[in-house]
Design a protein around this ligand. Structure first.
Ligand code: PL4
Length: 444
């Protein structure tokens, strides 16, 4: 059945059309391509619950559609948060060395430990959690945070209640739906039943009012936040940890952008007292070292964190990883070892500085044009308000008029309506050209 307020397009897709005032529209709804069955296998009903395609492929699809219609357009993407700058040589040298080693008797290795190379686990613990009481047996190397987030749903199972920041990186909600931990999509609110959406709005400084939040088993918390770019203070994080402890909840803390924090706020949740008893932290080299395509991340599961029956969560996470994962690539872990050296870390900070300069330019551009602008200081995303307008309409307009891809705020949850996210991961000349185009269309 077609969604309320939706129109069928000639392409066979449906799109939610702009209403008089913006309503919480999640994204384009595609009609399922239903045809004759070839098997008797029942479709996973949880997949049928998903109200829309995953946000980022949908953005890619719209970009391609725009390019097909406008073959000469030089489209710039500040949409999907994908890095553009080359990986520093100190790191690619290590990747090359690890690859070349495989050609020798001494350097060859086959399957490795599912939890990651011991040396890398040690170095991750000392580089990022020095003095925070995190040992290498609590650090699990992986092929990236997104993959760990999905595996985490497997760890907790479907009988788990969930809270998310709204707006937030869509993988938390979509993975929870697929795992069967949620109800169906409420078309009126664009929220899934049985998920607690913790509003993060400009009115509350993009930090949820915990006094209004339900008690849930899991709390997904992304800090600095994607997409708003907001970064929680130490006091806010302490209140979050206290809230989780009072409710017996586990926080899944996504620190994918922690390296971008520059104002002295905590970079790890384990800087907060009590966090090791209620928090899992996931992180990644994707936005640190330009490893979005290389794939390397890690997740920390402290030994002190226990389920209600006293079982260490670490023990079950180890079981999940050994069962569902065969270890990160040995070549890539070789690169990871370079990232955590002093030279590698300095090189990563060079990339961070580059993208932060982009943030500054993007922020200044929108501020100058009179928009409401958030983020872009402790995070590589700039969150721009287009008050009173549906995000997807703004996204379409910017694409149409500027040949520029952004990301519609409502794609991150209903509270993102009226905003677009602009990524700072472009290369400088693209960012400068994007600014020129934006100023032509929206400048005063
Ligand atoms: C597009 C808060 C980007 N196809 O690379 P990973 O798996 O180590 O990390 C993914 C990730 C984890 N946590 C947060 C993130 O924001 C991301 C990456 N998000 C974005 O534009 O929001 C890339 C998205 C990619 C995806 O679906 O992850």
């Amino acid at each position: 059945m077609m969604k309320h307020g939706a129109t069928m397009r000639p392409t066979g897709r449906t799109a939610v059309v702009g209403a008089a005032r913006p309503r919480a529209t999640r994204t384009v709804v595609r009609m399922a391509a239903v045809s004759e069955a070839t098997t008797g296998v029942k479709r996973n009903p949880n997949l049928a619950k998903l109200g829309a395609g995953y946000l980022f492929p949908e953005i890619g699809r719209r970009r391609r559609e725009h390019q097909e219609k406008n073959p000469d357009a030089k489209i710039i993407s500040l949409g999907i948060g994908d890095t553009t700058e080359p990986i520093p040589k100190v790191i690619t040298d290590a990747l090359q060395g690890a690859a070349a080693g495989l050609n020798t008797k001494e350097g060859y290795s086959g399957y490795g430990a599912e939890q990651g190379m011991g040396g890398l686990r040690d170095k991750l613990a000392s580089r990022f959690y020095d003095g925070l009481g995190i040992g290498s047996d609590e650090v699990f190397v992986s092929d990236g945070s997104k993959c760990d987030i999905s595996r985490m749903l497997m760890l907790f199972g479907s009988d788990t209640s969930i809270a998310v920041q709204d707006p937030a990186y869509p993988a938390y909600v979509d993975s929870s739906v697929i795992m069967g931990a949620t109800g169906v999509l409420n078309e009126e609110t664009s929220q899934y039943n049985n998920i607690t959406y913790m509003n993060c709005l400009k009115e509350n400084g993009f930090f949820p009012d915990l006094s209004k939040a339900n008690k849930t088993d899991l709390i997904f918390f992304c800090n600095p936040n994607n997409p708003t770019g907001a970064c929680a203070t130490r006091e806010q994080l302490q209140s979050l940890v206290d809230f989780a402890k009072a409710n017996g909840s586990i926080i899944v803390y996504d620190a994918a952008y922690a390296i971008y924090i520059e104002d002295g706020s905590p970079k790890s949740i384990y800087e907060i007292e009590g966090a090791d008893e209620c928090c899992i932290e996931t992180c990644s080299f994707s936005k640190y070292a330009g490893f979005t395509g290389v794939r390397l991340g890690w997740t920390v599961v402290p030994n002190k964190l226990k389920f209600s029956d006293g079982t260490p969560v670490n023990k079950d996470w180890n079981r999940i990883m050994t069962t569902c994962f065969n270890g990160a690539s040995n070549i890539v872990q070789g690169g990871g070892l370079a990232c955590v050296t002093d030279a590698g870390f300095d090189a990563m900070m060079g990339l961070v500085t580059y993208y932060k300069e982009n943030c500054k330019l993007i922020r200044e551009c929108f501020v100058e044009m009179g928009f409401e602008v958030y983020g872009g200081v402790n995070a590589p995303y700039v969150w721009v308000g287009f008050e009173g307008r549906p995000s997807w309409d703004v996204f379409a307009e910017i694409l149409e008029k500027c040949d520029l891809v952004t990301t519609p705020g409502s794609g991150f949850g209903p509270s993102g309506e009226g905003f677009v996210r602009v990524s700072a991961f472009g290369n400088r000349s693209d960012v400068e050209e994007a600014i020129r185009r934006l100023k032509k269309v929206y400048g005063k």
